[in-house]
Design a protein around this ligand. Structure first.
Ligand SMILES: Nc1nc2c(c(=O)[nH]1)N[C@H]1C(S)=C(S)[C@@H](COP(=O)(O)OP(=O)(O)OC[C@H]3O[C@@H](n4cnc5c(=O)[nH]c(N)nc54)[C@H](O)[C@@H]3O)O[C@H]1N2
Ligand SMILES: Nc1nc2c(c(=O)[nH]1)N[C@H]1C(S)=C(S)[C@@H](COP(=O)(O)OP(=O)(O)OC[C@H]3O[C@@H](n4cnc5c(=O)[nH]c(N)nc54)[C@H](O)[C@@H]3O)O[C@H]1N2
Ligand SMILES: [Mo]
Length: 641
């Protein structure tokens, strides 16, 4: 096959690695390969490679589906759009634009998704979410400390870091293209270390790992700050960049070393070992996890990690800062940002509870690139809220949990069937302009076209396809982007740490530790290598019954045996919310908590719908009880599927 039929594309996932790909289609099969014009796109991981099968999968939605007499029936686009437009018109007439609810999330991070709200701006307003399920708490804490979520460039870490400290980040599974960077640090004589609540592929890869209590990172960081100052080991220039040195010192003085180590779950010896390691491998890049900010005090976790990095010379030595995340759409053209007028926002973690009694009420809800019935905390509350909305619409390319429960399901194209969209990264500094690899499947339409057709039916002036062309033109003309060929661009993104204007305001308060009810275990859910978020439908080897692990001593204390089935239930939740799990014992875990992979059906029955500061979803503020599920038990909840 001639080389010129390879098209440029990029993996759409909410994954930092944002790999550039080459794709081609022979009329039957899609072939994907990594595009190494982005030097980090060295290979395609298993979940990314699967797009070749996903694109042509028989599981793809082929036609719109409309709920008729209880079940979803295939209908024409005309019927789908007419019904939808009618429901919107009557809701607008009764309750105004705030009765229209739009929910988007992390299904695809292509730039074009940011254009959809133009439709809602044309409606005159809408209701939507505030915060996101992913990074809100940590980003909030970092912004409070540094004024922004600080940008680090992977090239500077690769060239300058003496060590990398992962604060829980399970990079070997969730960010695997960072490995060459880690190897470069090691090649210079540096080390990689991890603070974790459990053994992971990342702890196995690393040179050192220490176990901390869930949510205990802030306390370790605060203890280290005290030790560094007491020992005169702080970087000489740290005070010049700090706006509140006196207050910070005063608040550190009030803290108690024993209480901090206890909250961190570490011995004084382990603390000293960590300090010695940090000083030996300075400058160390602090690389916190999304997992480490899924607590009520997720913001404080990152404030204190930020403070420690400043004391250890984040501003003095390249490679010494915090690397978490950044805005992958930072270059989305400002003039194409939709107008945000008359927008009502509900916290992403609690909207299902907040909908009740809301005035004006939500009458029509539409979801795009999101599966709240699987991925939001508190699945039973989400399901109840979704069912209570008079008309619900879900755009997806497969029948997600949310699609299955909606009144109208719209089949969308995947990125592989779309032309001229853009994808950035929340880790590296390259962007991709993607091309169409294959024609749309079945009757699937591009989401922007669907909303444009709907706007036309409603008589609204809103052409999203035209806006996308404008976005593409504007991106191509952006002087900040250096074209490397084949639709791959490099952005010399300014780095926070090397900017002489950068400042930090260090934390002066410490959080309270939350405790669960007697006899319950804290539940920590984590991401898996094999699939991303809730998109597990085509991942091989996912067990039909989720596997929950706990410390063997907790298992024995609760009268549970390994490799048996158990019902897991939210402490205080009802029996019909229980989830049937397989139990395993994991001695790498501490006492009082248990772990379960996220992203399969039913897992979020066990999490609490809550909002943390910064409008994050604190999934780890969930406590569960476990009961053996012997044969013949009367306790047989619906969650067992
Ligand atoms: N218990 C627990 N729950 C969690 C987490 C956890 O750690 N524990 N993690 C949270 C985190 S970090 C995140 S980011 C969220 C992610 O959860 P969501 O934001 O819901 O993301 P996904 O599950 O990846 O995808 C949602 C849907 O988008 C669809 N989709 C993909 N591409 C497109 C597209 O181009 N258009 C449309 N219309 N649909 C598309 C997919 O098929 C899928 O059904 O989950 C959160 N939920
Ligand atoms: N293959 C794959 N890649 C992904 C994803 C995926 O689902 N699959 N999801 C993508 C998305 S949306 C996101 S947000 C990122 C998530 O990337 P990560 O942050 O790596 O993922 P998590 O699994 O949420 O959390 C990482 C680790 O934090 C640990 N942890 C939990 N609580 C604490 C704590 O209090 N302190 C410390 N030190 N550690 C703690 C958990 O045990 C877990 O191993 O990955 C992205 N990449
Ligand atoms: Mo995420």
């Amino acid at each position: 096959m001639p080389a010129d039929i390879w098209k440029t594309t990029a993996c759409p996932y909410d994954c930092p690695d944002a790999c550039a790909m080459k794709g081609r289609f022979n009329g039957e099969r899609v072939t994907l390969e990594p595009n190494t014009l982005i030097p980090w796109s060295t290979f395609l991981c298993e979940k990314g490679r699967r797009w070749a099968h996903r694109a042509v999968s028989t599981r793809r939605l082929q036609t719109p589906l409309l709920r008729k007499g209880g079940s979803l029936e295939p209908v024409s686009w005309n019927e789908a759009l007419d019904t939808w437009a009618e429901r919107i018109t009557s809701a607008l007439g009764r309750s105004g634009p705030l009765s229209i609810f739009y929910l988007s999330s992390a299904g695809s991070l292509y730039f074009s998704k940011l254009l959809i709200p133009h439709f809602f701006a044309a409606l005159g307003g809408y209701t939507t979410k505030k915060g996101n399920l992913c990074s809100s708490a940590g980003s909030f804490g970092l912004t409070e400390t540094f004024g922004v979520v600080p940008v680090s460039r992977p090239e500077s870490l690769a060239d300058h870091a003496g060590g990398v400290l992962f604060w829980g980040r399970n990079a070997l599974e969730t960010h695997s293209h960072v490995v060459p960077l880690l190897k470069k640090v090691r090649h210079r004589g540096g080390e990689v270390a991890v603070l974790e609540i459990r053994a992971t592929p990342t702890t196995k890869f690393s040179d050192r790992w220490w176990r901390v209590n869930p949510g205990g990172d802030w306390a370790l960081a605060a203890w280290l700050c005290r030790r560094v100052l007491a020992g005169g080991q702080a970087a000489p220039g740290w005070t010049e960049r700090v706006t509140n040195e006196e207050e910070f010192r005063a608040s550190l003085e009030k803290l108690d070393d024993g209480a901090l180590l206890n909250a961190a779950g570490l011995s004084a010896e382990a603390g000293e070992e960590i300090l010695t390691w940090l000083l030996r491998f300075a400058p160390v890049t602090h690389y916190p996890a999304f997992g480490a900010q899924r607590y009520f005090h997720g913001d404080d976790q990152f404030r204190w990690i930020g403070a420690l990095s400043v004391l250890l010379g984040a501003f003095d030595h390249p490679g010494g800062g915090v690397a978490f995340s950044k805005d992958e759409m930072a270059l989305f053209p400002d003039i194409l940002k939709p107008l945000q007028k008359n927008v009502r926002r509900l916290p992403v973690g609690t909207w299902p509870l907040d909908l009740e009694g809301l005035n004006p009420p939500v009458e029509v809800a539409m979801v795009s690139g999101a599966d709240p019935l699987r991925q939001n905390p508190g699945s039973s509350a989400v399901r109840r809220a979704w069912k209570a909305i008079p008309f619900t619409v879900c755009a997806d390319f497969v029948l997600s949990d949310t699609a299955e429960a909606s009144d109208l399901v719209l089949p969308v194209t995947t990125f592989l069937e779309e032309e001229g969209d853009w994808k950035g990264s929340y880790w590296h500094n390259y962007l991709v302009r993607s091309e169409r690899v294959l024609p749309p499947r079945g009757e699937a339409l591009e989401e922007l076209e669907i909303y444009t057709l709907l706007a036309r039916r409603l008589g609204l002036p809103c052409d999203l396809i035209a806006l996308k062309r404008e976005m593409d033109r504007s991106m191509r003309a952006n002087p900040a982007l250096e074209p490397l060929g084949e639709g791959i661009y490099r952005w010399k993104e300014p780095e926070f740490w090397s900017d002489p204007k950068s400042r930090a305001t260090l934390p002066t308060e410490t959080p309270e530790a939350k405790k669960g009810p007697e006899g319950s275990l804290r539940l920590i859910t984590f991401h898996k290598k094999e699939y991303i978020n809730g998109q597990s439908w085509d991942a091989p080897g996912v067990p039909s019954r989720p596997v929950l692990s706990l410390n063997p001593a907790d298992g024995i204390a609760l009268g549970l045996s390994e490799n048996t089935r158990a019902f897991a239930k939210r402490a205080g939740g009802s029996e019909d919310e229980a989830l049937l799990v397989t139990l395993t014992f994991d001695p790498s875990l501490g006492r009082g908590y248990c772990i379960l992979p996220q992203g399969t059906k039913g897992v979020n029955l066990l999490s609490e719908p809550l909002a943390s500061p910064g409008w994050g979803a604190p999934f780890a503020e969930s406590w569960i009880t476990l009961a053996p599920a012997e044969k013949g038990t009367a306790f047989s909840p619906s969650g067992k599927r």
